[in-house]
Design a protein around this ligand. Structure first.
Ligand code: ADP
Ligand code: MG
Length: 296
């Protein structure tokens, strides 16, 4: 059984009367890649900022590595690395010099060897002595990641890390994140693009209007077995009467005109057909589409 590394319990963040985060609870397992998926303004950054104690929750509690974030902030941050805002670097210094300066800010033993290691890890070898002002956006992003990894943290938090990257840069970042996972790190990342989370994350939460609207293993949320079944009904009234007492009521996602949509595992379709027949609910056609439809 995986150990939880982050535990968020009924966390709220209120600005005036506006709830940017409206009661989110979730658990992140150690060693997982965990995705926060949601449209702009959903509350992803606000939640991640609270995890890094850059802002304080209005209510609720956060535990990281088994410790209360409130009480053990410094211990936790010593084991956490992040890119949360656009990383700021001295443009007239090199990557190496920037990382050296940052290493002096962490009260840990970070030497030249470690700096060279992270430079290599993020693929900046060969350019580490060039001024940051000569770097592409992708290279700056990689330097941001180098900064996040410098003190060899257990937990790495990346807020929309692919922003501004070209497709090649996105692929490289994905490979790097997978490498970090293979080293046993826990990586939390956010995105407003489903495929970015789906391709890489083990587990995810979908956030909308400050609320966690769905969470779990990516496979079970978006897996191949999950289908949306459309039943074109000949007798909508009968269907409406019967569905309430059936085991399929929880799967029903909507009825439009005479077409009912149900979210099911593909293996359940034969049971649905038997049930329709048993209840004498006439239908013209039954069709299904793979995967859930999640549209922002
Ligand atoms: P996301 O990262 O998912 O795009 P954010 O967490 O940045 O969303 O923002 C969630 C909501 O909270 C947005 O509507 C945003 O305008 C609002 N918000 C964020 N920070 C503040 C703040 N300091 N004051 C007031 N509203 C804020
Ligand atoms: Mg954001």
């Amino acid at each position: 059984m995986a150990q939880p590394i982050v535990n968020i319990d009924s966390v709220y963040k209120q600005y005036g009367t506006f709830k940017a985060v409206d009661g989110i609870s979730l658990t992140i397992d150690e060693g997982d890649i965990y995705g926060f998926l949601g449209p702009n303004g959903a509350g992803k950054s606000t939640t991640l900022r609270m995890l890094l104690s850059l802002i304080k929750p209005t209510a609720g509690s956060i535990e990281i590595m088994g410790k209360s974030l409130d009480k053990s902030r410094n211990d936790i941050l010593a084991e956490t690395g992040s890119i949360i805002e656009k990383p700021d670097f001295y443009l007239y210094l090199s990557a190496k010099q920037n990382l050296w300066l940052l290493s002096k800010m962490y009260n840990q033993n970070i030497g030249a060897k470690r700096i060279q290691e992270v430079i290599q890890q993020v693929g900046l070898s060969g350019r580490e002595n060039d001024k940051v002002k000569t770097y592409s956006h992708g290279m700056k992003q990689r330097l941001g990641l180098a900064q996040a990894l410098l003190h060899n943290p257990k937990l790495i938090i990346l807020d929309e890390p692919t922003t501004g990257l070209d497709p090649q840069g996105i692929i490289e970042l994905r490979e790097l994140i997978l490498k970090l996972k293979n080293e046993g790190k826990t990586v939390v990342l956010s995105s407003h693009i489903l495929s970015e989370i789906q391709l890489i994350a083990d587990s995810m939460v979908i956030i909308n209007n400050g609320k966690a609207v769905a969470q779990g293993k990516v496979n079970s949320l978006l897996g191949d077995d999950d289908v949306v079944v459309y039943v074109e009904l000949a007798d909508t009234e009968k269907f409406n009467t019967e569905i309430g007492q059936s085991g399929f009521v929880a799967a029903l996602t909507g009825i439009e005109h005479n077409v009912a949509a149900l979210k099911l595992a593909k293996q359940e379709i034969p049971h649905l057909v038997s049930w329709l027949n048993d209840k004498g609910i006439a239908f013209y056609a039954l069709d299904y589409k793979k995967g859930w439809k999640i549209i922002f």
